[in-house]
Design a protein around this ligand. Structure first.
Ligand SMILES: Cc1ncc(COP(=O)(O)O)c(C=O)c1O
Length: 462
């Protein structure tokens, strides 16, 4: 643990406070409590600068699927850096790793797809997808068709358009967002939002009706696309009812609205299939992917387009003389090489097989937490992503000001596991996909121990 002296002098600690504006951090808390400085990774474990060891129960930010010390990715990155450290994809230029990666992504897509565009983050991929959708509709002579529907509690990133799609107030408050072209519909959160006597199927039907009513109210000729994560991650690990996406897609088809699957978390094995779209029977027109694409070793994201979307874009670009979009680092050869190696290792080591194998124990251990403590009201998981939700006597919530989930996550971290508190007093679990049975038990034994000690605190907070 840190001692107070770390706050003074020229330590990393004090210089971080002095100079670094952190992502998604309460500035005063950073000032009061200081940063947590991580220095080393080893498999599913990370170490901080005091030498303390943690299980990374969130794969960082739902991303380091192959853990924190995968030598083959590191060697591939080093080799590619020596060969060609940078090239771009403007004016027809490219490098071999990007070609191989694009081909691979098309081959493994959950539905027939045509082209891959590369960017650097999930947010950029989603912003790019919106621009492409606008370009596509302009090419089809439908300039009015530009509104995008996403869902409350959805997370799609932080750039202007992606933050607008995000249905969580913290990404919009203070930024004058969302932008005017975005509409939000309800999340498929059966546990919190179903009506009395509504089963999963009738709840899904109601949400499909809600979507259709929204489309009719806005005018179908103004709605371009629907963005959805197969499992909502940052919004609380919300797993949709079985029939939800087929009902939603029936509505979208009826009104010529594109389905965009934001696979930034679910893609590459997280739910027990290569894609969340396979697990939840989504037939996307566009896929956005990032994170586990390269196991987060280097930043890279992808927008995967169907022929239906690509063809008008191509014709329009031919007419205009250029497809006027692209980032300096799109298709970066080193990032693409890292991603390709990640995907190769996933296949060679049957990582999806491991997710399926471990998911039963993972689910059992999460359910046990819920069953053994009065202050949890729901638990859920699919593949190796899951959550427990605070609540008592059915689904009474703790006062949100108390931040009970955040306090619990702190207690768990003191016991050697890094997890994440999500809005709605939910704790998310998303360990590296390489986790084995022994490590799952180690992780949950540590969590159980911390939560046991937390019991008294919860009683006081009720
Ligand atoms: C589903 C989803 N989409 C998009 C993003 C944004 O990705 P990035 O942070 O790489 O911009 C995230 C990030 O957590 C995400 O979970």
């Amino acid at each position: 643990m840190y001692d107070n002296e770390k706050f003074f002098g020229n330590s990393d600690y004090s210089r971080d406070i002095e100079y670094h504006l952190h992502s998604y951090t309460h500035p005063q808390t950073l000032f009061d409590e200081g940063p947590h400085i991580l220095t080393k990774g080893d498999g599913i474990y990370v170490y901080d600068e005091t030498g303390e060891k943690f299980i990374e129960g969130m794969s960082g930010l739902w991303c380091t699927s192959l853990g924190f010390s995968e030598k083959e990715i590191i060697d591939t990155i080093t080799d590619q850096l020596k060969k060609l450290p940078f090239y771009h994809s403007f004016a027809g230029k490219t490098a071999n790793p990007a070609i191989n990666l694009a081909e691979h992504l098309i081959k493994i897509s959950p539905v027939p797809m045509s082209k891959v565009f590369f960017a650097n983050s999930g947010s950029e991929a989603n912003d790019t997808a919106i621009k492409m959708i606008w370009y596509y509709n302009l090419a089809r002579g439908l300039p009015e068709k530009r509104k995008i529907i996403s869902r409350k509690k959805g997370y799609h990133g932080v750039t202007l358009a992606a933050a607008s799609l995000t249905g969580l107030p913290y990404a919009q408050n203070g930024f004058s967002l969302p932008l005017e072209f975005v509409r939000h519909t309800s999340a498929p959160d059966y546990f919190n939002e179903s009506l009395t006597n509504e089963n999963q199927q009738s709840f899904a039907t109601r949400l499909a009706h809600e979507l259709e009513n929204l489309i009719l109210k806005e005018g179908p000729e103004t709605i371009a696309a629907f963005f959805a994560e197969p499992v909502m991650g940052a919004g609380g690990v919300i797993i949709p009812p079985d029939t939800y996406f087929s009902k939603i897609q029936d509505v979208l088809k009826k009104y010529d609205i594109l389905m965009v699957a934001d696979e930034v978390i679910c893609g590459f094995g997280r739910t027990g299939n290569m894609w969340g779209s396979e697990t939840f029977k989504i037939k996307p027109d566009i896929i956005t992917a990032a994170k586990a694409l390269s196991s987060a070793y280097l930043p890279i994201s992808a927008v995967i387009l169907s022929e239906k979307v690509y063809e008008p874009i191509k014709s329009q670009a031919n007419e205009l003389g250029i497809f006027g979009h692209g980032y300096t680092y799109s298709a970066h050869p080193v990032c693409a090489a890292a991603a390709l190696k990640t995907q190769q290792l996933m296949s060679e080591r049957n990582i999806i097989g491991n997710v399926r194998k471990q998911s039963k124990l993972f689910n059992e251990r999460i359910s046990n937490i819920m069953n053994n403590h009065w202050f949890f009201s729901n638990s859920r998981s699919v593949g190796l992503i899951g959550a427990i939700e605070f609540g008592y006597e059915g689904n009474k919530k703790f006062d949100s000001k108390i931040k009970i989930a955040a306090q619990c996550v702190k207690a768990i971290q003191k016991n050697g596991v890094i997890l994440r508190a999500l809005p709605g007093d939910i704790i998310g679990f998303c360990p590296p996909l390489i986790i084995n049975q022994e490590q799952i038990n180690e992780m949950f034994d540590k969590i159980d121990k911390a939560i046991k000690n937390f019991d008294k605190m919860a009683k006081a907070l009720r």
